[in-house]
Write a protein that binds this ligand. Sequence first.
Ligand code: AMP
Ligand code: GLY
Length: 433
Amino acid sequence: MKILVVGSGGREHALCWAIAGSPLCRKLFCAPGNAGIAKEAECVAIAADDIGGLVDFARREAIDLVVVGPELPLVLGLVDRLREIGIKAFGPTAAAAEMEGSKGFMKDFCARHAIPTAGYGRFTEIDAARDFIRRHGAPIVVKADGLAAGKGVTVARTLDEALAAAEHALVGGEFGAAGAEIVIEEFLSGEEVSIFALCDGKAALPLASAQDHKAVFDGDQGPNTGGMGAYSPAPVMTAALLEEVMDRIVRPTVAGMAAEGRPYTGVLFAGLMIGAGGPKLIEYNVRFGDPECQVLMMRLKSDIVSALLATVDGVLGTFDLRWYDDAALTVVMAAKGYPGSHAKGSPIGGIEAAEGADRNVTVFHAGTARDAQGRLVSAGGRVLGVTALGRNVAEAQSRAYAAVDRIDWPDGFCRRDIGWRAVARDGGPVSAD
Ligand code: AMP
Ligand code: GLY
C-alpha cells in the first residue's frame, strides 16, 4: 500500500515508525513531517491544514490510505474530502470530529445519552456567564467552545479567576471565534487517565492505557502544556475500570453518534477523571494523544496497518490487538521557555548515541528540522520524545532518562519525574538480575 500520514509532531513520527515497519506498507509519505520522520517516510511540504493540497497530493500519488494525526484537518473535513474521491482515510468525518471541535456539542451529546461528565452551562453572553459562575462558586472550569491549541481551558481556583477567564474569551476575544461561546463546568477531582479506542462507526476496540503529564514542571507544577511525557500501561486503569469506561462512556458514545447520523470512525481519545463517583468524561479528542501515541506504538505487537484498515473498513467487531507486556515511557524534551515563548534553531546532538547505547530506546522527533548545513536543529516547543521499553514503568523510566542524559541539547529541558505515580505503585525499579 501507499500510505500518507498527515502531521509533523512526535505522534506522527511514532505512527510513521510503526507503519514503516508493516509488511503492508510499500511506500510511506508524511505531510509535512519533520527531520526524524524523514528517516521513515518521504516528507512532502504540504501543511497539515492545507486540505486542498493534501487531497490533490493523495489523488495524484494514488494513495491507498491516509492517516490523519492532528485534529485540525479532521475538523476541516479532510476525511470527508478523501472519501468523496474513494481514498481510504483513518479519522472521523467533520461531523464526528465536532466531538473535539465543539465542547458545547460534546457536553450536549453526553446529556442526551446519559454519559457521565461534569455538570455545565453554555454561554455566549458575559452577564449570563457571570451569574452562572457566581451561583456555582469556585473551583470551576471555563472552556472555549472551539479549538484553541490546548490553551482554551482555565481551571479556576477562585471566582475572580473564573470571571476573568469568561471575560477574556467572551469580551476580550482571546480565542477569536473559538471562544465566542464558552462552556462553564463543574470542577471534577480525582486522578486523571486517558483511554484510547479504535472505532469503526459501530464497534469500539480499546487500546492499551496511557497516562500523560500536562504540567510543565516536576511535581505537576506550572502551566499546562501539550504533554511533557507519558507511560503505558497506566496502573490506575484496571481491567474492571476499563470495562466500566467502555460500558458507560465509550460504547454509548459510538452508539449515540451512529444514531445521530454522524458515525464515529478513527481513534477516540477519552480524557477521564477517576473520582469517588466513578469515572467521568472530562473531554473527548478525535485523534491519538501526543505523547501517548509514542508509548502505545512502542507497545503494539500487532500490525498497525491492519488495525487502521480494520477501522476504516468497519470490521473491528472481529478484530483483536496484541500488546507487549513491557511498559513504555516517553520523556518529552522541550525548548527552554515552552509553553511560553522559546527560541528555535538550536543544534541537537547525541541522538544516535542515545539510541545506540540501548536497543530499548527510540527517540521520536516532535519539532526538529535540518539547517542550511544539514545539522539537526530544534523547530518547535516540544522537540524530542525520548522513549524506552522496560519490564515495568520504573525500568522504562530509568532507561529513558539515561538516554536523555546522552542527548546534547543545551537549549532543551525536560521533567525529571515522568511516571512518578506508576513508579510509586510499582515500588521502585526492577532489580538488575
Ligand atoms: P484540555 O486542555 O481540554 O486537555 O484540558 C486541560 C486540563 O484541564 C485537563 O486535562 C484537566 O486536567 C483539566 N480539566 C478540564 N476540565 C476539568 C474539570 N471539569 N474538572 C477538573 N479539571 C478539569
Ligand atoms: N497529550 C494530550 C493531547 O494530545 O491532547
